[in-house]
Structures are given as C-alpha cells and as structure tokens.
Design a protein. Structure first.
Length: 284
C-alpha cells in the first residue's frame, strides 16, 4: 500500500510539473517582445549620429510611421526652409555616448547613454523625440489628460500594438536616457539649468483603451533629485525595466515627458528617451 501511494504521489508531481510547464509555454507563446536586432540598418543614414546609423527614413519626408513585428512606431518629418527635422521614433545603433557640447550636440542626437540597446554596445534600440507640436504642426500645452480621446495625428510619440482586431496587455519595457538628454540634464546649457535638489524628469507612459481613451499613466523617472538621500539622486545612465501591467489592455502606448526644469515657454531639458524590449501579451 505504501509503495502504491508513493507511485501515485510521483505521478501527481510529474503531472503538475508538466501542467506548469504547459502554462508557462502557453504564456510565452502569447507574449511578443520587441527585437530590433532584425531591423534593417544596412541602408541607414548617418545624419546627426556618430559611430553608427539610424533608420533610412529618419529625415526623408517620403517616409512616415515604421513597423517592427507587431509594433508600429510614430514618425513625422517636418520640412522647413532651415532643413528637415523629425519627431516620434527612429531606430539607431550608435555606439557613441560622448558629451559633444552645446555647439555640436547634433553630432550625436541619436545615441543612448549606454552605447546601444539592452543587449549591448552597438545593438539597435528605438529613440524618440517628443515634439511640442502635433503631426499637424499645432502646439500643445505639454500635458495629456487621462480620459482624453486619442488620435494618432495629435500626439508625437506613440507605439501601436498589433492591429484593430487583436487585444494586447502591456507587460513591460526597458528605458534609458539619450546621451544628449543625459548631459544637458546633468550639466545644463544655455537653454536649460542643470538638475538640482527637488528636480525631476519623468517619462509618462499612457495606454489607449478599447474606447480610444488615455489611461492613467505609468511614471518612469529619467532623472530624480527629490530624495533627501544623496545616494538616491540620479540621472539614469543604464537600461531599466518598467512594469507596464497597470495599463491593462491597450491598443497603443503614448509617451510624454514631465519635468519641473522649465521656463515660461515649457520644459527646457531635451525631451528624448530610449526604448527597447517592449513586451506585450495577446489577450484575444
């Protein structure tokens, strides 16, 4: 009898273990993680980037939004008499994280402070510039309201997830500073003061729900000097994972930057950030 009990217990253990493995496999099969290593940068350009390339459409007005796997990234090129500039996202593999100074900051406008993506130096990553203007060229007041209706053309920095027939839950993403934003935040320049006690630079990550409304955002600090503990004052210089699960089921992620380092016009620190390894889970 004792021998039979032992065999039954062993069988139940094996069954439970297999069941757990099946559940884990099923969960992983539903998840998609952004992998920019497969993004084609062989024909990329070197405009405003050193020791690397950026997506070929970065400054070409014939290109708009671009995709990688199930993710669509916002991108707009504005043409003016002073030249073309872009906002939204591009993909970069720059390995340069040097401080080129105020006069030459555009030499590496698209570098991460980490010299590459999450997987290491020279690995591709997404970088976004959040403009003070929407895709129609209209200025916005610098803040988004929870519950406001989302329209792609009204926001400069967003990622669409899948198509309109599939629902996804936000899981996580990795974020860090661009080298340009890092050095200006830390040291200041003629446009912006250096970070000091009580200051912060926060990336606000909103979801867009099934009703096309902005959800309550996840706050991710790119720089934070609000703690009384000196060791906790930081300007982010590494990739850090953000838990996005509180956003729930979303069709888009929308990004904005909030900071108290500002003047009467608005935020003076560069409104850039880097993104990699965004993970979502298929719901239906």
């Amino acid at each position: 009898m004792k021998k039979l009990f032992t065999i039954l217990a062993l069988c139940l253990f094996v069954f439970a273990s297999c069941s757990d493995d099946d559940d884990n496999d099923s969960l992983l099969n539903k998840q998609t993680t952004l992998n920019l290593n497969s993004f084609n940068l062989s024909d990329g350009v070197t405009t405003n980037v050193k020791d690397g390339k950026i997506w070929k459409g970065s400054y070409d007005p014939n290109y708009t939004n671009f995709t990688s796997d199930i993710f669509t990234f916002s991108h707009v090129v504005s043409v003016s008499q002073w030249g073309n500039y872009s906002y939204g996202f591009v993909v970069s593999n720059s390995k340069d994280n040097a401080d080129h100074g105020e006069s030459f900051y555009t030499i590496n406008q698209y570098g991460s402070i980490t010299k590459g993506g999450v997987e290491g130096e020279g690995k591709p990553f997404a970088i976004s510039y959040i403009s003070n203007y929407d895709a129609n060229g209209n200025p916005y007041n610098g803040t988004y309201e929870v519950g406001e209706t989302f329209k792609e053309q009204n926001y400069s920095s967003w990622v669409k997830i899948g198509d309109n027939n599939t629902t996804y839950k936000a899981i996580s993403g990795y974020f860090t500073n661009t080298s340009y934003a890092y050095y200006v935040t830390l040291n200041g320049n003629s446009f912006s003061s250096a970070i000091k006690d009580g200051d912060y630079v926060t990336l606000k990550i909103y979801g867009v729900d099934a009703d096309n409304k902005l959800t309550k955002p996840v706050d991710f600090n790119l720089a934070d000097y609000r703690s009384k503990d000196k060791s906790e004052k930081t300007v982010l210089n590494k990739w850090e994972k953000a838990d996005l699960s509180s956003l729930g089921n979303v069709k888009y992620l929308v990004f904005n930057i909030d900071s108290n380092i500002k003047n009467n016009v608005g935020i003076t620190v560069p409104t850039y950030f880097c993104l990699d390894k965004l993970t979502v889970e298929k719901v239906q």
